[in-house]
Design a protein around this ligand. Structure first.
Ligand code: GLN
Length: 474
């Protein structure tokens, strides 16, 4: 059931917040063992909140699943890491949680993820395996894999995730749900455990575009506790949702349809673009010439920022501490060695290297310059078109373990999502049909729509048109 339809049922008196929670808890108990999306949930405290839910509020009485890197007062916040799994309990609510509560929603469930959001498969979780509800042999995508898988499996109504280089859009694409990464500065990150602070954004994963609009409405807006959060008005995201695409110009970047893209993905995405054209959109071919540098640029900047952000996990202040250190340096070293998994260590080593004296100019400064070129590509494109349409990922969900020995291959598969984070622009993934891939049948494919900074309303409007005509491209 979508958030929108559930809200109607609640308002009509056909169900209650407590009944919804009990139903979800039952579904999780019987079905989540196949998916592994939930790390934990706290039915007692959710029921206590349900008892005082105000149904007149926009999300009144609706439970929302939360990625395990967002702080919710009194609950675990493991970030999918052994480092925080043992003895960390959130001492406060993230701003998005405070805003969800102010809109009447009930945070319910802690969703699995790649450790500290580093990855695109959820295989880097140190805590459990999450499977794709469409095919349990396959990844759900990542890093917000638990959030996407639960919404796809119907064990959550809607969820929050975070997106540093694709971690909302890519799992949404692989699981056949809607995932929205807002513009940099649109949503406060206060209370999100930072991965790469110049790239991170929080956003919704939902069953419908309208649900995504309702979620964004609730979480967007200024917050003095995040200095990067913009003090600009939040538009009404539902107002123009059904205005269609007639007369809008949609750019198709040739670099997003080249080598390495699976033919089934290409066919589904092209069919979705055709359907938007049939609804009156004008399709414009264009070029984003610096696309080929996005992976290299991101995998310098993101690890650099991560290596700095993760220095706070030292065995003193948070989480894991080694048992019998020889001295203080040994305490830092062993706590980090024991607490972090292999991908996180790889990122810290890479990041420390590119920031080190002698290499800073060769790697980090240069990456920042290329980042500016990538942002300008989009600024130029949005002089000509209202939005850009593309695939989200080069292939549908791969099998669990397929890239285990090859992190570079995994990084390359982020090619279509990283640029939006580097440029700070919003992006949405909306389901556009299914295809067969590598022995798997009917695997979901997502259409990505990218727009200018703070252009979420138009993205949602286009996504709504794509969703409404999904029968055109099954
Ligand atoms: N896959 C990318 C990475 O591993 C992006 C992850 C994310 O968006 N959190 O860094």
């Amino acid at each position: 059931m979508t958030l929108t339809s559930l809200r109607q049922q609640l308002l009509a008196g056909d169900t209650t917040p407590a009944a919804i929670l009990r139903q979800l808890a039952g579904d999780i108990a019987t079905r989540d063992s196949q998916t592994g999306a939930y790390l934990s949930y706290d039915l007692e405290s959710a029921l206590a909140e349900a008892a005082r839910a105000d149904l007149s509020l926009p999300l009144g009485g609706i439970p929302i699943a939360i990625k395990d890197n967002l702080n919710v007062l009194g609950q675990p916040c493991t970030c999918g890491s052994k480092f925080l799994a043992e003895n960390y309990t959130s001492p406060y609510d993230a701003t998005v949680i405070r805003k969800l509560r102010a809109a009447g929603a009930i945070p319910f469930g802690r969703m699995n993820q790649d450790e500290f959001a580093m990855g695109s498969s959820t295989e880097n979780s140190a805590l459990q395996v999450t499977r794709n509800p469409h095919d349990p042999a396959r990844i759900p995508g990542g890093s917000s894999g638990g959030s996407a898988a639960s919404v796809a499996a119907g064990t959550a109504i809607a969820a929050l995730g975070s997106d540093t280089g694709g971690s909302i859009r890519q799992p949404a694409s692989h699981c056949g749900v809607v995932g929205l990464k807002p513009s940099y500065g649109r949503v406060s990150r206060y209370g999100l455990v930072a991965f790469a602070s110049s790239l991170d954004q929080i956003g919704p994963l939902t069953q419908s575009v309208e649900d995504a609009a309702r979620m964004l409405q609730a979480i967007a807006g200024y917050d003095p506790l995040d200095s990067t959060c913009l003090d600009v008005p939040v538009p009404d995201y539902l107002a123009g949702l059904h205005d269609g695409v007639k007369g809008l110009k949609l750019g198709v970047p040739k670099e997003y349809f080249g080598e390495g893209i699976d033919p089934g993905v290409r066919a589904r995405v092209e069919a979705a673009i055709q359907s938007l054209a049939a609804q009156g959109a004008e399709i414009v071919e264009l070029s984003l010439p610096h696309t080929e540098y996005a992976v290299a640029t991101y995998y310098v900047i993101a690890p650099a920022e991560a290596s700095s952000n993760l220095s706070r996990f030292d065995g003193i202040r948070y989480g894991h501490r080694t048992s019998s250190p020889a001295d203080i340096l040994d305490l830092y070293k062993k706590s980090r060695e024991e607490g972090f998994g292999p991908e996180v260590k790889r990122r810290i080593i890479l990041g420390t290297y590119v920031l080190s004296s002698g290499y800073y100019d060769a790697y980090y400064s240069r990456a920042q310059k290329v980042r500016t070129l990538i942002r300008r590509d989009f600024e130029n494109a949005f002089q000509q078109v209202d939005a850009i349409v593309s695939p989200v990922a080069p292939t549908p969900a791969r099998k669990i373990g397929a890239f285990a020995a090859d992190p570079l291959h995994e990084y390359l598969s982020d090619i279509f999502t990283l640029s939006a984070n580097l440029a700070g622009i919003p992006g949405i993934s909306v389901p556009c049909g299914t295809t067969d891939f590598d022995g798997g049948k009917n695997l979901p494919v997502g259409l990505q729509i990218l727009g200018p900074h703070l252009g979420e309303a138009k993205l949602l409007q286009i996504a709504q048109a794509a969703e409404a005509r999904r029968e055109d491209h099954p």
